[in-house]
Ligand binder design. Sequence first.
Ligand code: SF4
Length: 370
Amino acid sequence: MKMRAPEYYKEFKCIADKCKDSCCSAGWEIDIDDETAKFYKSVPGEFGDKLRKKVDFSGPSHFILNNNGNCPFLNDCGLCDIYINLGEEKLCQICTDHPRYFEWFDGVKECGVGLCCEEAARIILSQNRHFKTYEIDIPFEGCDEYDDEIYNYLLKCRTKIIEYLDNDEISLTERIKNILWYAYMTQLDLDSGLLDDDDIISVDTDETVDKKGVGDGMASIIDFFMTLEPNSDNWIPCLQRNLKLYKTTFENGILSEEARENLNIFEKKYHEINIYLKNIAIYFVWRYFLKGCFDGDVLSKIKLMTVSISVLKWLFYCHWLEYEDVNLLDCVEIVKSYSEEIEYSEDNMNSIFDAFCDLELFDVENLLKL
Ligand code: SF4
């Protein structure tokens, strides 16, 4: 069996006490796998007593978080007491894996690192080479059932999408629009049982509609995001503040001349922002597109990429408006918060995928105007 991962996967190493916002203080409930829970019950001495006091073994075992949402084993130096007292190999599966993610197919396990971790986000955003993957041999692991023919077809489509995204000759906005249209056509094919090998083509969008739609569309998307369950207390106020700032740049839903100039300055001055966004777009395609072979839905995966890139670009732009600067670490911070709030909340991801099907706001023709 093979393990397949992006080249940058090898670069990741947890920065532990140097991390500004440790995943151990994110307020997430951390489940402990059965084997580790059994071991924690048997650890002798004072530390064993602490383990038994701070782990809830009733139902699925998990750490009992402190009132501030921290893991009880995160010490004042930002290090993990389980790691210190028992060694890395005694961490539970989730703590060992995080922020790595996995997807299993027949004979292949795909991996990556998630944007919810600041170090992983820094590595992903700062890639300045073309996207490459590598494979190594690993022992056999099973997977859920899926249709082989669809898998092979989607694998080809994903390669095509990632190569297209990685071609900087066309503007990123154009690339994303064309990919959205390609995913729309691919979904139609899938729904009618056809596995056509279509090309990614250029989609024409009406410039005048484009200019008007962008303000209204983005404001409505942010309004929708504000209906989701926040993870951090800062998230909704951050969206509100940025939305207010952004609305001042529009006149009747159309970008004011001044704002248009600002946006041009922003895009010219911060060319690297497009590289960060491209790397994030590839991350979303790599991570989610192939899940389509389990649920038959590829369009939603590309909508997720499209909406995420639009919102993140908007947040980067607002940061620049507010602070007159935006650098790699600011972008990493923004992406990490977005990922924690959206990608790493199962409820919010479910709400978003439902909205992609139910709300006109997320129809392909409206997303093409973003
Ligand atoms: S968020 Fe990432 S870098 Fe920070 S403690 Fe967690 S795994 Fe390590």
